[in-house]
Design a protein around this ligand. Structure first.
Ligand SMILES: [Zn+2]
Length: 224
């Protein structure tokens, strides 16, 4: 199959997933959770119940800026998640706290992912230039394109290592929300659904990265 068809399909799917995720979050942002705890309350309670006392929860500006930072051990929640008691906010807060628990418990895929972060952020800065020069100078320095491909392969690896980390954090989130009685029969499927669509964005990003890698490999092979 032509690599262009795959790349176009990935772009189309990625667009559909982003739109669906947005509409799911809009929908579940309007549903209040039964107990009325905010995202910040959820994160603190979940940390406490897991015996984690050295992680702080703070509010950060922006939309979809929620993340756990292992360097300073902070669960960072966007303003709309931090202060909201919606099902969407509960799901996001519990997911980010899931990463803090992975960190505390030494979850192996997270350790590996954190270990390659410095390398990948360095290579991400130069990879597009190496690939561009590699394509332009393919007759003179054929190894340059292969160097670019090797660097790009690192970010593809990174996007695949991200998958178990994200899926596991969401599984921890839903299990805790359920066990702690934060969600009930009606709202548990909503939390699961929101997190499922968030996970799909990581899956399509990984597939897109792999397809792009294969595209560069096909260029290198065809111009030999
Ligand atoms: Zn995550």
């Amino acid at each position: 199959m032509n690599i262009w068809i795959i790349l176009l399909a990935v772009m189309g799917l990625s667009f559909i997933i982003q739109r669906t995720l947005q509409s799911k979050f809009d929908q579940y942002s309007k549903v209040s959770s039964p107990h009325g705890l905010t995202g910040a309350d959820i994160a603190r309670k979940m940390l406490q119940q897991n015996g984690i006392n050295d992680v702080s929860v703070r509010s950060v500006s922006g939309m979809l800026t929620d993340h756990y930072d292992p360097r300073d051990k902070t669960v960072n929640l966007s303003e709309s998640v931090y202060g909201s008691a919606s099902i969407a906010a509960c799901a996001v807060a519990a997911h980010e706290t899931g990463h803090a628990i992975q960190h505390a418990k030494g979850y192996a895929p997270l350790k590996f992912r954190s270990a390659i972060v410095p390398v990948v952020s360095f290579t991400n800065n130069i990879v597009q230039w190496v690939l561009l020069l590699g394509v332009l100078l393919i007759k003179v320095f054929p190894f340059l394109l292969w160097l670019g491909i090797a660097l790009f392969a690192l970010s593809t690896l990174f996007s695949f290592v991200t998958l178990p980390v994200e899926i596991n954090a969401s599984r921890r989130a839903v299990e805790w929300l359920d066990g702690a009685g934060i969600v009930d029969e009606r709202t548990r499927p909503m939390a699961e659904d929101a997190l499922k669509w968030a996970a799909y964005t990581y899956v399509i990003a990984a597939i897109g990265s792999l397809a792009t890698l294969l595209y560069y490999i096909s260029i290198a092979n065809s111009r030999r």
